[in-house]
Design a binder for this molecule. Sequence first.
Ligand code: ZN
Length: 136
Amino acid sequence: MAQGDFNRKVQQFMNGRRGPDDLANLCVWVAVILVVIDIFVHTGWLSWISMALVVYAAWRMCSKNVYARMNENDAFLKALGPVRPWLQNPNHAAHELRTYKHAKCPSCGQKVRVPRGKGKLRVTCPKCHEKFEVKS
Ligand SMILES: [Zn+2]
């Protein structure tokens, strides 16, 4: 079987399926970490948990109920809260932290991002147009 033939068959199989997402990726990474821990600790049951995580991740990727998997992934990302950017792209999250300061609008609570090190800035809220000062 030629390489192109194999790729086409994989594409046909994955057509209409979810593919890898954040939740599946995390399951695979946690499984890898558990396997590495099990190499040193020899519990046995850790490798079973990691196997279950890999099976769950594979099931998620191959599921044809794309809408349900998307909702689960969205709920997972929402549950992560402020940790989310650090898990998805740590370099970008570190750059954001160094370059920008985040402030909340005192009127509506909308988060605004201002450049760091520019002194006191007068900010107009993009949501409610309230003007307030932020020390950057
Ligand atoms: Zn506002």
